[in-house]
Design a protein around this ligand. Sequence first.
Ligand code: GDP
Ligand code: K
Ligand code: MG
Length: 268
Amino acid sequence: MNYSIALAGNPNSGKTTLFNELTGSKQHVGNWPGVTVDKKEGTYRKNKEITILDLPGTYSLSPYSAEEIVARDYIVKEKPHAVINIVDATSIERNLYLTLQILETQIPTVIALNMMDEVEARGDIIDINKLSKLLGVKVVPIVARSGRGLKELMEVAVDVAKAAKKPEVLDLFDDNISSAVSKIEELLDDAKAEERLWKAIKILEGDEIVTNSLSEPVKVSAEKVVKEAEKHADGDTEAKIADLRYQFISKTVKVAVKKKNTGHVETT
Ligand code: GDP
Ligand code: K
Ligand code: MG
């Protein structure tokens, strides 16, 4: 059985370093923005049946840049068997914003918590089990640059791909947004079951690509739900959803990350 596994993460999280380690290729590693706008493909050195894709680095799956559109189209349309979401462990808070959106796509996912060497050098402590529990997916600590943790990462990624294991749906929205998401999901009965959640959320965020892909009657009904939800979200459901994601991330980091230099848990 052949599996396709996509690497998705923020710019500079170490995607290309990981890609090179896994495939033995020598793609340019560096922090020029846009260096990986084209997705790159290779095969896993230890198992030629596994295709690895290095997606462009993004902070979100909104349709606001070429990188975001390439990454998200690959994830939601071509549907890899699994996504390895590479997270820079030295700035978990910022990186998890993309993570939450990847999880919303319901694609089987494992988190590769990269740069653990830097975390350890700083004396910070990350509770991997807690982080994994709160996010509802497996988290594997790695050092992409030295290869540490990559064997385990690939074992987990292949397991998740084989089992087609969908991530848990996280409880991060308030009643207003949750109920609007459910109502829009019901309207999307033509869409595949696993696509309804992320599409409903994107429609509530005012995503024009998703909204314009709807049939006219569904679009009209969905717009009514959005209007109603806006009334209870200070007129801006997109901002409200962003805010709720940040609140969830903030709580998660507070529970799972202990920074040495501040002497107390991270709060912002
Ligand atoms: P990309 O933008 O996600 O493709 O990230 P790159 O692979 O280009 O890496 C960005 C920077 O992080 C480079 O300087 C890498 O050498 C560095 N890097 C990648 N992985 C690690 C790691 O595990 N530890 C440390 N300390 N640095 C890393
Ligand atoms: K670095
Ligand atoms: Mg890169």
